[in-house]
Design a protein around this ligand. Structure first.
Ligand code: PMT
Length: 402
């Protein structure tokens, strides 16, 4: 089955006895890795409670068009822009009629009008209502507007009739929905990325750090999420927006970054260390601001833990990828880092050109080979890096460090 991992699914539920199956549908979407938001019509809440759907999806359920609280959070236009797919299941005869005539008299019908996402409906109704010319005319209109119609099935109905009008089973709907998406390169892979600098405090107002902007790590996170990966981004202090569909953990020091990385790595297939981690920190952090004096001043430093080496040393290590920014002898120094830190891959780059820049050129190194990437902008090169990582990750393992 194609993957629903990381997809945004807006599940609309209308009033009908088949609404009880929507709980299972929401559960299956979540289990497949989709982010699910549920919108219920007033009639739907007569059949199944919003609380059930909230518990199954982990997201607040939307029920009202005119809801000041909801509008303050995710307003209806924002909600219409959010999904990759809207699926209405069950879709009642009344809902299909309102959608066909373009009404916007509740939240769900309004979203259908306002969205640019594909919309699929899984009709469920009595067989006579399904066969009625009015319903069939409405379906003709909706099909002509590219609405996808999943089902219905035929068989015994809750009202005692037998015939067409049963909602498809949740598993069938899941398979049809998944079939609408392309297979993404990194579908379902869990990727942890460190980015940005670390700051090592000297006193309450001063720290040691470097010029990493976080741009390279954030570009990799954005591209990995767009390629279907489930991404955790562990970031030092940077002034960048969190990419869509990425879970971000903010840290300050190298020791914070190590702690967050060890937690994230418990659930991670690929670890990419892009962060420029401070190799040393002050031996002591003064609790009060250090006062200026005319004397020479020196700071005693102690080594920080090496995060990526700690990850690579884990028994059940993820595929571990490092970066190395060097000012000279770039490839020689980078190769020795690849071996010393026991990495599966490493991207060597020129420190003087890459820190803070929008562009990068890099040499990809792994135990059996190398490849040259760029120059190009970090977003574009990130895509190429991920393709290389994916190839090495999926190849049979021989001669690497795992
Ligand atoms: O953030 P940008 O402005 O976009 O810049 C991108 C970058 C220059 C920061 C990035 O391309 C890069 O090269 N990052 C690595 C920086 C570096 O020189 O790292 P290093 O040589 O000190 O470390 C090698 C590897 O070990 C890196 O994967 C690093 O994350 C990791 N490391 C280093 C020290 C340490 N204590 N723990 C680590 O995990």
């Amino acid at each position: 089955m194609k993957s629903l991992s990381n997809k945004r699914i807006l599940l609309g539920i209308t009033g009908g006895i088949a609404a009880y199956k929507s709980a299972e549908l929401a559960r299956l979407f979540s289990k497949a890795g989709a982010d699910v938001r549920v919108v219920m019509t007033p009639a739907a809440v007569e059949f199944i409670t919003p609380l059930t759907l909230q518990a199954l999806t982990g997201n607040k359920v939307h029920t009202q068009l005119l809801d000041a609280d909801a509008e303050a959070g995710m307003g209806h236009i924002e909600l219409a822009r959010w999904p990759d797919l809207i699926i209405v299941a069950p879709a009642s005869a009344d809902f299909l009629a309102r959608a066909a005539s373009g009404e916007a008299n509740d939240l769900l019908s309004t979203l259908i009008l306002a969205t640019s996402a594909p919309v699929a409906v899984a009709p469920a109704m009595n067989q006579a209502m399904w066969g009625n010319a009015a319903t069939q005319d409405n379906l003709t209109v909706l099909r002509a507007r590219d609405m996808l119609i999943f089902g219905p099935d035929s068989g015994p109905q809750a009202c005692g009739d037998t015939g067409l009008g049963r909602m498809l089973e949740p598993q069938q709907i899941i398979e049809l929905a998944a079939g609408l998406f392309e297979d993404a390169l990194l579908s379902g892979l869990r990727i942890c990325i460190t980015a940005g600098p670390t700051r090592e405090a000297l006193d309450p107002v001063r720290y040691i750090s470097n010029h990493s902007s976080g741009k390279m790590g954030f570009a990799l996170a954005a591209e990995a999420a767009a390629a279907g990966a489930i991404v955790t981004l562990i970031s030092g202090p940077v002034a960048l927006q969190t990419p869509e569909r990425v879970q971000r953990v903010d840290v300050v020091s190298a020791r914070d970054m190590l702690e967050a990385s060890l937690v994230a790595t418990q659930n991670c297939d690929i670890f990419i260390g892009v962060a420029a981690v401070a190799d040393y920190r002050p031996a002591a952090v003064e609790t009060q601001k250090i006062k200026k004096s005319s004397d020479a001043f020196s700071i005693a430093l102690v080594p920080n833990p090496d995060i990526i080496s700690s990850i690579a040393a884990l028994d059940n290590r993820p595929f571990t990828v490092g970066f190395a920014a060097e000012t000279h002898n770039i490839e020689t120094f980078a190769l020795s880092k690849l071996q010393r830190k026991k990495l599966d891959m490493l991207f060597a780059n020129d420190a003087t050109a890459t820190f803070g820049s929008d562009d990068i050129s890099a040499i990809a190194l792994w135990p059996q080979g190398r490849s040259v990437l760029g120059p190009g902008n970090k977003q574009l090169i990130a895509r190429q890096m991920l393709a290389l990582i994916h190839t090495r990750y999926t190849l049979p393992r021989q001669g690497d460090f795992r």
